[in-house]
Write a protein that binds this ligand. Sequence first.
Ligand code: C2E
Ligand code: CA
Ligand code: CA
Ligand code: CA
Length: 280
Amino acid sequence: AKKQGGNKVILYDDAINKEKKQRLRIETRLRKAIGNEEVEVYYQPKINAQTDVITGVEALLRWTDAELGFVRPDIFVSVAEETGLIHSLWELAMRKACSQISKWNENRLEPLSLAVNFSAKQFQDPAYLVGRVREILSECQLAAQNFEIEITESTLFINSDETIKALESLQEYGVSISIDDFGTGYSSLSYLKTLPINCLKIDRSFIQDIQEDYSDSEIAKAVINLAQSLRLQVVAEGVEQEYQKEFLMKNNCYHMQGYLFSKPVCKEEIERLLLNINEQ
Ligand code: C2E
Ligand code: CA
Ligand code: CA
Ligand code: CA
């Protein structure tokens, strides 16, 4: 029994070492990819399901490395957060996405809004972040009113006084603030009354089982009601099936994102989607 236990420990150590090595390789390759601007931005449409109009897009990073192949964004984003690369990764995403949306908006009657994911790690120096957001928006000539920040609840509680001040000043500037993956955090809800928040994004785990799981559908309804009574916007993410869309509409949630409408796609593909809808 002892021997077996010993082997298990060795196997476990091996697995950890392998994982560490892999993350180190990702770091090295990612640093290079950021320098060469090989990391791409994909866009997932946000739909108003009442009108079927694309109201905006969420920018999502995509990276296929020559050696590592396709690396999932949640994996390389977490490596970037650990190694400080998140700042340059974010700069790259912001510059590409803001200039792209600004270009599209030149030819549109109703401007698209752009949502960018912000990592909690970026709020270690909130004042700097606010300055950079304003600089990039003005360089790219994207109106602050057409820009959204997606953060998770945990961001609000890191460095919280300064973070909240930074979010307040961005909101005053015209930017909107969405809480991503809403419902998966463990914090109390009282912050919703006092903090600078415009929108709740219902996590896709609650949307997935809306039909089979009574508590999930109740949670989704509760989030929609909560948003309504606090005068916040609400967006459902991960909408894949028609019945999910119907459930949401029946419960007064009209803003949606998900494979039912479109996966995140490259800029050429979004251009096609935008054109098709205009032609209808
Ligand atoms: P997220 O911000 O919650 O993004 C939504 C994720 O759900 C995306 O995964 C998207 O492709 C996926 N998704 C959208 N609709 C559906 C659907 O109908 N069904 C299913 N099964 N999935 C759907 P993705 O692109 O793999 O990104 C994963 C996570 O990586 C993101 O989660 C976000 O946390 C992070 N991430 C991606 N890009 C960035 C970025 O530029 N900055 C930061 N900080 N994080 C990013
Ligand atoms: Ca997001
Ligand atoms: Ca999300
Ligand atoms: Ca997420």
